[in-house]
Design a protein around this ligand. Structure first.
Ligand code: TRP
Ligand code: ZN
Length: 915
């Protein structure tokens, strides 16, 4: 047949429209099997597909109506040929829609469709679909990238069995990977099971992969190129031998050990904790530098950002090591929560993401310090999710509509979603939760399901009614819980009154009360746990933590037989993602020093410090610089001194407790933020504490000197964290710069070197210039380390230096020869770190910070809309700023919105921010 050459690049003039959750319809057609055949070429890759399809008996079609047409999603594909049941389709028998879809009006109930398209991986800067990076081929299909590879019903509830044949140049592409298990590579064309007939040209070779598990197309993956493997083996509980491999570029083999260890630990943990085993003969991980997110859970072939694979003590920090452990686990855990049981539609995204984040959090808690892991997760939730819940993009864990689904891979869907799963775990208890998981897999293996199905399994397994609880999935916004209490010594009764309210969010002006699990205890004046007997109970539980459920707008909890006036310890372990209000400072100080729950101890210290900082900000606004001259709050200084004195018991925890709440967190506690005052106050307080505690800080620093070999166990990480927390303070005192310089020069691992460099970057000293130059010279050819060099400077704020000078330096990094706007890691290192990690400069009153971010978004959007849209977020928070900042932020947003042909994602973020 004659070649058809029709390009279906998306129509950029159309106004983007929203997709609504309530409009869900089952797919009209199902795909039972799909055979894919790739002829790889950077400029023109041919993709042949053979789809075995049938009409879905469940699809709604009113009687008498004509059978619905076949519609296959497609985007930026050049259609080469089309056959239905072996017959070539002439142009009058199909059409290409403006959005790129292929429509065939007349098809039988069962048929085989053969399609050939051409795509251009080397020209694909979006990093969605099939693209090249460093001369190798990679795919990214979630959420809707498969339609950029071939025509297909690109929705997660169409699950098909995939066979993939890859043909490529043997010399430049020796490694050919896809999902499932490899079958033998064939010598003759068209002789392998499921393989499409074709010719094998000279110098080319091929491999065939068969994935026995039905899956949605967003889990498809192909990786091909000149890669080397670091190999491992794992024997599952039932005796299956799994060949593990991590595929990297030559030269990176010595940086895969931690990822491989983390993978094996994850596989073991999922067997032990959830009884879940791996289900293929191979598990491959491929790592690349050009990637829109952290990693992707494609069946049997996870694809990773190098940031979450590669680590060596001299190149990666402890935080990097911990990130690798968590992300490797996360993607591995998706094999069951996401792949074996997947999402019916993208509104259910948290079904897999919230649950899988909960699972990776629990895994990391079991691998290291549970307490430190928990408070870090909470800090992350507050840094990203709370602002989202309070801003223009606020949405429920299960959103109701979207314009671009890529915009909904959010802290709300991931982190708050994990908190919702955690609350269920708290409410029904660990054993019932495990039973619920078993039931979920028993009912839904190989299905695409909803959040309702998950909650139903938990409810049926536990016998606890979760119907009211499910409101957590539907209602956006962060609930506020207010505490008041009273104690009557004559009756020995203690009454705790809790009130809840949730602020309005876009589209949800009025909120209902939700069931909030409040894990709590009562402490006497010496910090001992009191028994917790609620009025009407006739037995007294052993002293310790119990979980109250606040379900109404206001509820009284009356405790009997309370022998002493108690201090309530609330939200132990952070049992619900809410804001707790109404705790007076004396109680916070008491809890910070005495509570038995480590989370509440840390939290109370942070809340106390926040109160001190807010007071100082108010005084600074009233009295100017003079407000900063006073010595630091005595309570805070004493608490810090106590932390240092007791640090040896748990250095990692002490390091966390020594850190003052960040500037963004403090800003979030104010009705209207004042970034400049917050920065001034925080720095003054840090300097005051450094002066007051100089001796114990120095003792701690010296006592923690790094002498042994580098180890990445929890104890060693904790010691480094504490030592570097001390350095952060010591740097502000006399001799601080020299101390940091010495650590920079002598540091034997990236954690210590980078901590010292960060300290130097915040000074205006020759040491700063020298250290940055030395670091660049040493690491200029190492992308992940060079990212750190960009990030440190983007977050730097030098005392006494004029804002325009700092901003000009940061802007100059954008034109640095090593800056590459096509690489998302580099963009995040510069622009992302700047906007999130340098609040005082980002919110420069002249607007230069906002203009810089807008310039980056405008330059990036035509190349990579997904990453550009993500960069818009900080500008959306303009309602929380005073003039002139708010107007300048709106101006930056309006300038982006005026750009013709904006990507759907950036359009959605910007238009919602301005609405
Ligand atoms: N599902 C992936 C995860 O959570 C994340 C993901 C979604 C992603 N969309 C992506 C990764 C696009 C890379 C690119 O693990
Ligand atoms: Zn995930």
């Amino acid at each position: 047949m004659a070649d058809i050459q029709r390009d279906n690049s998306p129509d950029t003039t159309a106004v983007p429209h929203a997709v609504h959750r309530g409009d869900y319809q089952p797919p009209t057609f199902l795909v039972d099997a799909v055979a894919l055949h790739f002829e790889l070429d950077p400029a023109a890759t041919l993709v042949r597909s053979r789809l075995v399809m049938r009409r879905n008996p469940l699809a709604r079609e009113s009687a008498g109506e004509r059978a619905a047409p076949l519609r296959l999603d497609g985007e930026s594909l050049t259609l080469r040929s089309l056959r239905l049941d072996g017959e070539a389709l002439t142009a009058d028998l199909y059409r290409l829609e403006p959005d790129g879809a292929l429509v065939i009006p007349e098809v039988p109930d069962h048929f085989v469709l053969e399609v050939e398209v051409e795509i251009a991986p080397a020209a694909n800067t979006e990093l969605s679909g099939l693209y090249t990076s460093g001369g190798n081929y990679y795919t990214q299909c979630e959420a809707e990238g498969f339609r950029r590879i071939t025509f297909f019903p690109d929705r997660p509830d169409v699950m098909a069995r995939f066979t993939t044949t890859i043909v490529a140049d043997r010399a430049s592409c020796p490694i050919l990977l896809s999902n499932g298990n490899p079958t033998e590579a064939g010598d003759l064309p068209g002789e392998l099971p499921g393989e499409l007939p074709g010719e094998l040209a000279a110098g080319r070779h091929r491999a065939v992969w068969v994935d026995p598990h039905p899956k949605p197309c967003y889990l498809f993956a192909l990786v091909a190129g000149d890669l080397v493997a670091v190999r491992g083996r794992f024997t599952t509980r039932s005796g299956r031998e799994v060949a593990l491999a991590i595929w990297v570029r030559r030269g990176d083999e010595d940086r895969c050990g931690h990822a491989m260890r983390s993978l094996k630990e994850s596989m073991r943990w999922d067997e032990e904790v959830f009884g879940l085993e791996y289900d293929l003969d191979v598990f491959n991980i491929a790592a690349l530098s050009d990637f829109n997110m952290g990693a992707m859970e494609n069946k049997g072939l996870n694809v990773f950002n190098t940031k979450y694979v590669l680590a060596r003590p001299d190149t990666a920090t402890d935080a990097d090591y911990q990130g690798i452990e968590t992300v490797i686990a996360h993607e591995y855990f998706h094999n069951w929560t996401g792949n074996r049981v997947t999402c019916r539609d993208w509104f259910q995204l948290s079904l897999k993401e919230g649950l899988t984040v909960f699972r990776d959090q629990e895994f990391s808690a079991d691998m290291g310090s549970r307490a430190v892991k928990r408070l870090r997760d909470v800090r992350g939730l507050r840094a990203a999710q709370f602002p989202e819940d309070a801003g223009p993009m606020a949405h429920p864990v299960r959103p109701d509509s979207y314009i671009e689904i890529d915009n909904f891979y959010t802290p709300t869907v991931y982190q708050k979603g994990a908190e919702v799963v955690r609350m269920m775990h708290t409410l029904i208890g660990a054993p019932a939760f495990r039973k619920g998981m078993d039931l979920y897999f028993e009912r839904h293996d190989n299905q695409a399901v909803t959040i309702e199905d998950f909650a139903q399994a938990m409810q049926d397994a536990s016998g606890i009614d979760l119907s009211h609880f499910k409101l957590w999935y539907a209602q956006a916004g962060t609930p506020e819980v207010t505490v008041s209490d009273s104690y009557d010594p004559s009756t020995r009764r203690y009454v705790l009154t809790l009130r809840q309210s949730t602020p309005p969010t876009p589209g949800q002006p009025v909120k209902r009360p939700m069931p909030i699990p409040v894990a709590m205890g009562l402490l006497d004046g010496e910090g001992r746990e009191l028994p917790l007997r609620l009025a009407g109970e006739n037995t007294t539980p052993a002293p310790g933590t119990r979980v109250l459920v606040l379900e109404e707008a206001e509820q009284r909890f009356e405790f009997e037989a309370v022998d002493a006036p108690p201090v309530p310890s609330l939200l132990r372990g952070y049992s619900a993602p809410v804001k707790l209000l109404g705790m007076p400072p004396e109680r916070l100080r008491f809890l910070a020093a005495h509570d038995t729950d480590p989370f509440v101890r840390w939290e109370s210290g942070q809340q106390y410090a926040t109160g001190v900082m807010l007071d100082l900000v108010a005084r600074h606004q009233r009295d100017g610089e003079a407000a900063l001259a006073a010595p630091p709050d005595a309570g805070l200084a004493e608490a810090m001194a106590a932390t240092l004195a007791g640090a040896a018991a748990d250095p990692a925890f002490a390091a966390e407790a020594l850190l003052l709440p960040g500037e963004n967190f403090v800003a979030d506690q104010m009705p209207v933020a004042d970034p400049a005052a917050i920065h001034a106050v925080r720095e003054a307080l840090r300097a005051g504490l450094a002066a007051r505690l100089a001796a114990p800080l120095r003792d701690a620093y010296d006592g923690l000197a790094d002498d042994g070999p580098y180890r990445i166990d929890g104890a060693s990480i904790g010691r480094r964290a504490l030592r570097n927390a001390c350095l952060g303070y010591l740097a502000l005192g006399p001799g601080g710069v020299a101390l940091a310089r010495a650590q920079f020069d002598g540091g034997r691992n990236m954690t210590d070197v980078l901590a010292a460099l960060a300290v130097l970057a915040d000074t205006d000293s020759p040491e700063r210039t020298e250290a940055l130059a030395a670091f660049h010279a040493r690491w200029r050819d190492d992308p992940l380390v060079l990212d750190k060099w960009f990030a440190i400077q983007a977050m730097a704020r030098r005392p006494g230096r004029a804002a325009p000078d700092d901003l000009a330096d940061i802007r100059a990094l954008y034109t640095h020869p090593d800056f590459d706007i096509r690489n998302p890691n580099r963009v995040r290192s510069l622009a992302g770190s700047f906007a999130a990690g340098n609040p005082d400069r980002f919110h420069d009153a002249g607007g230069a910070g906002y203009r810089f971010l807008a310039d980056v978004v405008i330059a990036l959007d035509p190349l990579n809309g997904q990453t550009a849209a993500r960069m818009v977020t900080p500008l959306g928070a303009w309602r929380r700023q005073a003039e002139p900042r708010a107007a300048l932020m709106r101006e930056a947003l309006a300038r982006i919105l005026a750009v013709p042909g904006l990507s759907r994602g950036t359009y959605e973020k910007v238009s919602k921010a301005l609405a």
